[in-house]
Design a protein around this ligand. Sequence first.
Ligand code: NAD
Length: 435
Amino acid sequence: MRVAVVGAGYVGLVTGTCLAESGNDVACVDKDDAKIEALQAGSIPIYEPGLEELVHRNAKEGRLRFSTDLAQAAGRAKVVFLAVGTPEGEDGDAELRHVLEAAEEIARSVKHYTVVATKSTVPVGTADRIQEIMERRAKAEVDVVSNPEFLKEGAALEDFQRPDRVVVGARTDRARRIMRELYAPFVRTERPILLMDPRSAEMVKYASNAMLATRISFMNDIAVLCERVGADAEHVRKGMGADTRIGYPFLFPGIGYGGSCFPKDVKALLATGRRHGIDLDLLRAVEKTNERQKRQLLVRAVKHFGALDGRTFGVWGLAFKPKTDDLREAPSLEVIEGLLGKGGRVQVYDPVAMERARRLLGERVTFAPGPYEAVEGADALFVVTEWSEFRTPDLERVKTLMRSPVVFDGRNVFDPAEMEELGFVHHAIGRAPPG
Ligand code: NAD
């Protein structure tokens, strides 16, 4: 099938590549010339495990092309995916400028019956708005479908190729048939394609992300309480997760959720509620808890050291989570800005996000070549992203390199008893404070 994907970011590039891999003829389009030039030259602008190899193979075999010519790609395609960004806009609502701009251009370009499938996360009712644009402007028949994306950065290929479910919100049988055909290779092992109306499909995406954010904030509230009452949040997490009604995922206490999706999607859902006169109290609390949690380590550092000015801090991890280089809304940035704002010097290390961080932080921090260099002469180490290489470092060496052996462990990667034995002052989340 001929497919066009508009937006070659985390979602668009993965979608286009996986659809090419399953035999389709795919054009990935982006308005960012530099990104397209890089992709045409074989350079992948994001870090996503396994993606580079798959892009190269499909490009070499002629099934995957990159271009800035949306009109041409949309004119040839049977299905056009919209995978452009929907950042936070005014009032917290999703900014639809890119989606609507692209939709207008698609409408001007289609030459025959086309399915336009929205992968971008968009507020309920957006598919209907795009359908209106098509009806006003397109010279051929178009069915607009909501097809929200649930991939996780860091495991995006696996998630796309073996999804828990595919959600398709469509109003015609013709569009449903085409979407089923396109997804058939990925759902062969009884993975469901859930067919519904576009508004419900749009809501599934927001409700899912809001639920996951709620679990994180809930656990973070419990963790704060655990510290006060002398319970250990790690034992509590395991005890809770063993209940099959609850399960283990998204119950880790930490320094809050970040990334390109949860913060903005929670805000956008709150905005949808406000627009319809509904105050989503629970979700407001989820956000408030997250804001508090992102400041946790800084609050503790101030409590521990008093003034931070003139002190040196090592930071392990910049990406908002492991296995990605995405820094959007990363808790690391809050920690680093907080330390710098209080006069501290910061030495950072991340296995893959250093290049992006350099563009954001410039000369304000020192970029260390490795984790050990990041703790050299440091008064404390902040563990912000739970990359696996941070889980079992040579802690004796870390201790020797540091000026004082203090660790603020924002992801509970170290065992408190072991840290105490090694002579560290170890602050973790939801566990008894040291000393
Ligand atoms: P991104 O910022 O990585 O990529 C968006 C791309 O769209 C950019 O390269 C940009 O240049 C391009 N673009 C913008 N306007 C364009 C236009 N008019 N024509 C062509 N290209 C255009 O964003 P992303 O992380 O891939 O997210 C895309 C959407 O998918 C968002 O709505 C997001 O909420 C949703 N989503 C993201 C994830 C994720 O993990 N990143 C997961 C599920 C859903």
